[in-house]
Structure formats: structure tokens, C-alpha cells
Design a protein around this ligand. Sequence first.
Ligand SMILES: [Zn+2]
Ligand SMILES: [Zn+2]
Length: 343
Amino acid sequence: MFCYQCGKSEVLNKGLCAECFIKQYQILTIPSDISVKICTHCNAKFIEGKWIDANLIQEEIIYRTVEDSIEINHSSKNPVLDMNIVQMRGTIAELTIETTDNVFGEDIYEKHDVKICLNKDVCPTCSKRNSNYYEAVIQIRSQLKKIENKEEIDVLVNKILEKLYKKDKLAYISQKNELKEGVDYYIGSLKSAKKLSSAIQNRFGGLITESTRLVTKNKDNNKEIYRFWIAIRLPSFSTGDFIEFEDKIAEILSFNGKKISAMDLDSKNLINIHWKKSANVKILKSRKDIKKTTVISKSPKTLQILDPKTYQVVDFPITPDIEKYSIGDEIKTIAIDNKLHII
Ligand SMILES: [Zn+2]
Ligand SMILES: [Zn+2]
């Protein structure tokens, strides 16, 4: 067999001798002009009908675009690529791509010049955002006259939205209204607003009620457009408060999005209170009303302590929860309606 280029007799590949094969060999092919549509606001890239990869820095977009446009010769097994942006003029980037590889024992070096044009556009998410689009309003209200932990709530809201934004580009606050009775957060997507409101409820407790309102009609198809209102009524109590609920005196131990957990001070039983019934919770005392006192005597059946306020001796029948105390021990008490409870 003879090389069809030079006529030599040792043919290596596709009818060519080694020398001729290397001469025409290309490690990679890439168009010299590439244009890509990106969003001015979030840097998302429009590719195959979809906006992807938001929030990358411009250089990263350029490098990724180049990588996506490169075709590597399948005879090159381990090409080394070195890309450099040589110049950036407005929205046009000039790059050099240098590559080396060893093919059939021969070292090959190539340099390609590529021009990338970034065509600026606005993606649908950003255009919604810019037009203050929202799907839901979260209303933070309180059983008290005003909301006590506004700043804490604000920090949580921003933190959660930042997390949700990674998967939902409409997880943003389009508007925030501070009102006398609370705060309204207008949220880009309903999905994220729901997740956000349950996160707020998990942390701060409260009752959630949802409603929809017709806001407008779509002019093009005459379809009615609804928005969701999610109201969170924050409780007036917090953990450690002493409450009355359905004739029981209890201490609030914890709460989550579903219920309030409290301990009955008399029976020491756990009581679960659904948020729907939280309006029936009456606050009696708080943690700061707890007073310390000392055990002054103990018999098999009774424990005697000194009332921290009146200094009178009070007898407690020994129950499993106070059995552990001995004379001289310091114990915590709370006085509710002139009755002393050991806690
Ligand atoms: Zn040849
Ligand atoms: Zn965008």
C-alpha cells in the first residue's frame, strides 16, 4: 500500500503515511465565531430552547460555551486544553485555545482563535422579577398588638429564600410592606411561599390560614388570575411560659408547625395543643417568674419546702418526679393563683 498523498510505501491510517497523517491531523475542531444568548440580569444561558445555568460569572459562561462547542478528534485520547480570554470588548470575548497531545508517537500542538459574542437578553424569570411579579403574599401577624421578633423573622425569610432560590428562580421577595399590624412579604412563587411559611411556623409557631383572591383577568385569554394569601398568626406565648388551657395549668415545653407541647403541672402529663386551639391558651406566668427555694425536710410521704415569697412551710406529697430531692437541695418553683408548683 502506498500513501495517497506522498506515495511512500508505509501506510499507517486512512491511506496515509505517518508524516502525512500527522500533517493533516487536528486534535480539535471549534467554530471561530460562537454566539450565545445570555440574560442581562442573572447570566442564565439560552440553549436548545431553555434558560440554564443562572448566576455564573461571565468568564465561566464563556469557558463553558467554548467547552460545549469543542469537538475532540476521537484519535486523541488525552488532549491537554488551555483556554485563555485574550480580550473582552463589550460583549465580545476573544479567546485562544491551545492544545497538545501525543498521537501515534508524535507530539502535536495546536492553537485556535475563537470569538464569542454574548447576546444580551432577559430571561422570563428576570422579566417577571423586574415587573414585581408575585404569586403569593405571606402576611405575618401576631396575637399580640405588635410583632416582637420582626428582625429575626426577616433574617429567617432571607435565609430560606436564598436556599430555595437554587431550585426556584422565583423564590424572591417582590415587595415587602411594613404595616401597623404586621409585615407582608410578596413572594415570586407560590411553591416557595408555602415552604417559607411552614419554615416560619416551625420556628416561631402560629396558626396558618390560606385564601385566594382574584386580582385581575388576563387580557389575552380572559383567564382569571388568582393570588394566594398565606396568613401566619404568631402566638403571644413562647416556650417556658406557664399557661392555662382547658382548666389545666401547664408549662410550654416546645412547639413546631403542627402543635404546642406543654406539661400539665399537676399530673406532669404531656399535653398537645393544636394551633387551631391556640387562641384558648391563657398566659399566666413566664420563665422569669420562677423562684428558687430549699427543701427543709423530707419524710417517706412528704417533702417540705419554704415558700420563697411568704417563707411559710409548704408540704408536698412525694411523687415520682420529686422523690429525688433531699434536705438542703435547691428547687425551682412557680406560684400560680397562690398555689406553689415544683418544676
Ligand atoms: Zn505520505
Ligand atoms: Zn435572568
